[in-house]
Design a protein around this ligand. Sequence first.
Ligand SMILES: Cc1cc2nc3c(=O)[nH]c(=O)nc-3n(C[C@H](O)[C@H](O)[C@H](O)COP(=O)(O)O)c2cc1C
Length: 144
Amino acid sequence: MKYIVYVSQAAKAFSTDDLAGLLTHSRKRNSADGVSGLLVYRYNSDFKRGNFLQVLEGTDDALDDVWRRISGDPRHHTIIVLDEGKSETRMFGDWSMGFRNVDESDLAKFAGFSELGSDAFWQDAKKQALPDALSTLRSFYDAI
Ligand SMILES: Cc1cc2nc3c(=O)[nH]c(=O)nc-3n(C[C@H](O)[C@H](O)[C@H](O)COP(=O)(O)O)c2cc1C
């Protein structure tokens, strides 16, 4: 098994319909390909910019394949891989792709997540050893 965690910038602000379309297609493909994970979208009104954070996990071949498609998708850019590696077990096995569209009030509940998208946030996130960072993400997902 492999996993990859990245952040990116949305090429445009995603509407609810855009997000629903992306998710429906992704979930269908991921279920067929045995890919699971978590997708977070946050629109930052100060910067007028949408950010994605995604965790993907699956077999080596499945992950290489989905990554090739996602990393070439013009709907987002400035893709930064925060972490990638091997894992024995799935952390997000119960979803083909969990999803949250988060806003300020969601983030305010989480001190560590209040600056999602900022450089400082990602510096802190990188300091956390995986799988600790992934379990933090998972509890964030579960709590919202
Ligand atoms: C932020 C983002 C996340 C995505 N996540 C997934 C995903 O988890 N699984 C997937 O198959 N496609 C995902 N996609 C879509 C792929 O980039 C690609 O459009 C799609 O897999 C092509 O599928 P098709 O070959 O069936 O047309 C994502 C795209 C974006 C922009």
